[in-house]
Structures are given as C-alpha cells and as structure tokens.
Design a binder for this molecule. Structure first.
Ligand code: TXA
Ligand code: MG
Length: 323
C-alpha cells in the first residue's frame, strides 16, 4: 500500500507493469485493464489484500470474487477441473468467459474470495496487460470490476478514477476495453449440467449446442433448485444514479438519449447498428449520461441477440431502482 492517498494513473507499459507487480506482491490494490472491463486486482491468496478490495468498493461481503489465472493448469490448483471445463474453455481461454466450478479443499485462496461457497469462479483473461501481470507473479488475482459497488462498470482508466480515486494504489491505463461488458459466467455442476449465471460476450447457449446438440434449456440433466448464488446478480446494479427508461423511441424533455443505429441522440451506441460496437460503448454512454446535466436517461431498443443479451441484461439492472 502506498503511503499517499492520491491514486496514480500510469501507462500500462513495461515500467507501469513492473510497478503494479511490486504493489500487488506487497498486498496493494491495482486497477488493471481487461478485454471486458477494468478489474480491481489484489492477490487472491492474502486475506488482508482481499479485504482491501471489499473496503475500496464498499462491496457486501457475501458477494464472491472472480479469480484470474494464466491458464487451465493454474486454474486446476483451485477448482476440481473436469472434461466439461476443458470443453467450455477450448476456444474461449484466454477470453471473456468465467467458469464456476467446485472448489478444491486445498485451494490457497483467502476465504472472502469465495464468500463461504463451495464453488470458485475462475477466468483467464486475454488482455495483454493482465496476462503480463499474471505471468510475472505466482499467485492468482482476485478482481471484481473496478467501480464502487452497485455503480457503472469501468471501461477506461478515467471511469475507474471517477469512482475509486483515493481508494486504491494505482491504475494501469491500457486504453478502452474492447468488449465493454463483463465476462459470461458459466457454472458447470458436478452432474455435468451447464448453467448461465451471467450473460456476456460468449454465447453459452450456442456453445452448449455446439458440443451437445441442445441448448441450455433442453439439457437432460437440469440443476435442481437453483438459487441465486451469484449475489452480484441482484436486480439493482450498474446504476447511473438517475431514472433510466428502456426501449425509448425518442427522448422526452430532460432526458439524455442513448441511441442505437443512427438518428438523433446524445450518444449513439452504434450508428451502424452493430451490437458488438454497442457493447463496447455501453458503459461510456452510461458514464456520460450520469455526469450530464440531464435529470433522466432514455435508451433506444437494442436487438436481443448475441452480446445484445448482455447489453439488455445490464440495462434492465441499470433501470431498476437502488434499494
Ligand atoms: O469481466 C469480468 O468478469 C470482470 C473482469 C474484471 O474480469 N469482473 C467482474 O467481476 O465482472 P464482478 O465482481 O463485478 O462480478 C463477478 C460476478 C459476481 O456477480 C459474483 O457474484 C459472481 O461473479 N461470482 C463470483 N464467484 C462466484 C461463485 N463461486 N458462484 C457464483 N457466482 C460467483
Ligand atoms: Mg461488477
């Protein structure tokens, strides 16, 4: 932990990555770019370091964290790996896919990382900066999105600073995140059934269909009595702090209008109506709407296909009142 209160932003070059490595080794907090959103990283094997994540974010302690690893070999030190896990990651690790798997009894993780669950969430990110860090250190990195709990996720160093300045040691600036929405979360149960816990860039239904010929809803073995075990999936989340109206064809007076596919708006997510581009710009649009002097926000309809499902999931949560 640095002894200054100010949070420094440095370029994610060799020197910046070397500094981040030292801070992480010493148990500090560094915001790191990934291809989905910026993560707030700390060493996952240290209870003190992990406690700092929860404190900086104001995150409820029942909400577990994703453990970031280099590869399947490192992942298998923490989870009971399986053939199903191998199938799922074949084309998507490194990448925007998180697996929730049974936790190994001997997993060297701070207990708060898994919040008392007997499962662990693991992801091998593709972003070169996160990979460079993971290759330099021996421990995995616990990293939630680098925003205050409940608020908009960050896709740039500026977004991170807008909510965590003064609360963390360092921000590595690696430019804008390409994907723009958080990883897809797939739980693989002991009986081999697959469950989507969060929609994201990887189409889990299509992936299941690819290997097993049926989609997620038509599996032979359906997980019984599934409960909300991804507490971050609580309804009200990603809040811009203003009322947000969905499926708006046009703006009402006083609204910041987030458009899609051209036409007049304050921020067009994708003038050419590409959902992937819209995903990559979604959080920037919400950040701009939040700091604008408009009292309310309206968002145009977004096609509910591919990564559009993840966009609509985040927008529904952003529209839900904070409780
Ligand atoms: O793209 C991402 O996944 C980003 C980057 C930084 O990797 N991270 C991210 O973390 O979105 P976070 O903390 O904002 O969201 C993690 C989600 C939460 O909804 C949490 O409840 C869920 O993962 N989660 C973590 N461990 C879990 C577990 N063992 N079982 C079920 N859900 C879990
Ligand atoms: Mg988050």
């Amino acid at each position: 932990m640095s002894d200054k209160n100010a949070t420094e932003v440095v370029l994610a070059d060799e020197e910046g990555i070397a500094r981040a490595t030292r801070i992480l080794e010493a148990g500090g907090l560094v915001a790191v770019p990934t291809e989905t959103v910026y993560g707030l990283a700390a060493r996952a094997d240290s209870p003190e370091a992990v406690a700092k994540i929860f404190a900086a974010k104001g995150r409820p302690d029942f909400n577990p964290l994703i453990v970031h690893v280099r590869d399947t070999e490192q992942a298998a030190r923490y989870a009971r790996w399986s053939d199903h896990a191998d199938l799922a990651v074949t084309n998507y690790w490194p990448g925007p896919l998180t697996l929730v798997l049974p936790k190994r009894n001997d997993a060297a993780l701070a207990p708060a990382v898994t919040a008392g669950l007997d499962t662990v969430a693991l992801r091998a990110p593709a972003h070169p900066v996160m990979r460079a860090l993971l290759n330099r250190i021996e421990f995995p990195l616990a990293a939630p999105s680098a925003n205050r709990s409940g608020f908009i996720s960050p896709t740039s160093a500026q977004h991170v600073m807008a909510s965590l300045d003064g609360r963390i040691d360092l921000v590595l600036d690696g430019g804008a995140s390409d994907q723009g929405v958080e990883s897809s979360i797939l739980a693989i149960r002991e009986n081999g059934s697959w469950e989507e816990l969060r929609a994201g860039p990887v189409d889990l239904d299509a992936l299941h269909r690819h290997y097993f010929d049926v989609g997620l809803d038509d599996q032979a073995t359906v997980a019984e009595g599934s409960v909300i075990e991804a507490p971050g999936q609580l309804v009200s989340h990603y809040s811009p702090g203003k009322p947000l109206r969905l499926n708006a064809r046009e703006a009402f007076p006083g609204e910041f209008f987030i458009g899609f596919g051209g036409g007049g708006s304050d921020f067009d997510l994708s003038p050419d109506a590409h959902v992937a581009e819209a995903a990559s710009r979604l959080y920037d649009a919400l950040h701009q709407a939040a700091i604008s002097d408009h009292a309310r926000i309206a968002v145009a309809p977004i096609p509910n296909e591919g990564i559009g499902r993840a966009i609509n999931d985040r927008l529904r949560r952003a529209a839900a009142p904070l409780d």
